[in-house]
Write a protein of this length. Sequence first.
Length: 329
Amino acid sequence: MKKKYKWGILAPGKMSAKFTGGLKLLENVELYAVGSRDLIRAKQFAEEFGFKKFYGSYEELVNDKEVDVIYIASPHSHHFEHTMLCLKNRKAVICEKAFALNSREVKAMISEAEKQKVFLMEALWPPFQPIYRKTKEILLGGEPGRIIHLNARFSFQAPYNPADRKFNLELGGGSLLDIGIYPLIDALYFIGVPSEVIAKASFAASGSEDTISIILGFGDGLMATLYSSFRTAGGIGCDLLCENGNLFFSRARDMSQRLNVDLNGKENTEYSLLPDGMGYQFEAMEVMKCLDEGKLQSDIVPHSFSLNLITTLDRIRQSAGIVFPGRDS
Ligand SMILES: NC(=O)c1ccc[n+]([C@@H]2O[C@H](COP(=O)([O-])OP(=O)(O)OC[C@H]3O[C@@H](n4cnc5c(N)ncnc54)[C@H](OP(=O)(O)O)[C@@H]3O)[C@@H](O)[C@H]2O)c1
């Protein structure tokens, strides 16, 4: 019989509610404990979703010997601190994107996981989605030929509020780490690590970036153009323009996914899916599969992918002049 894992939720905000929706679909999950900075919030979340225990501090959550694995969904600015807290207490961790604010922090998190011999994975939604994987499969199948250009975007209109984590530099604010990370994941996942990075940003009154345009060069004429913004309602999508036709991948805010394959001389093929649980269960399934197999990292989102991601984010920030005061590598 499959082992049932006792899950802990660290920081029960909006994203934790969505992730728990995914956990609820899985048989080998026990909704075990919630840790919040505030006991009342922990209790409310535990009661709403059916967790057995609740704690008014993150320390109490990580000190609960029964907890097998912790999902971290605090603001990006706190991922380093909270991941280290869990790892030092030998808890397996899946931590939301952006994994941390810079590559120095991510390297330290990975070193700690290796030292403690504990599982660690960044919670990246796209690589686990069936249609996203289908896109990769079609590209690897060879029919589209070489990718010549990738154009990807993620934008929505967010009302300006300097206290909101999206605009608050102290909380890692800016569109890049919040949503611009997705077009970048597309580029890394479908092409690889760029040799050149050029970026230009605009900034909100709080000093946080609110729009960014990025050009990545990979050599041999292969380029990617990426865009994210809190000022336009441009949606979420990725166009892969290839030698023998194009693939257009898009998703809506409800996480429904659509892929249109338009290859020269062939009829268009369309794939679409609205995953149960908004697709978050796939990440949890991978975590528990890795734990079952005694693995310390995932083959789908290995530490090397997270390191390439944050290192490229550092390069983009440097090119665009985006600084997190007191936290830069
Ligand atoms: N994968 C995805 O699809 C996806 C989607 C949205 C967001 N995310 C990620 O999830 C993370 C959380 O986003 P969210 O939208 O859930 O944010 P949120 O609703 O503001 O929740 C964040 C939680 O973090 C805790 N927290 C700890 N220190 C904090 C501080 N100094 N200031 C504010 N909150 C603090 C709070 O919980 P307590 O005080 O109760 O402990 C708060 O409820 C972000 O890193 C974001 O990038 C991922």
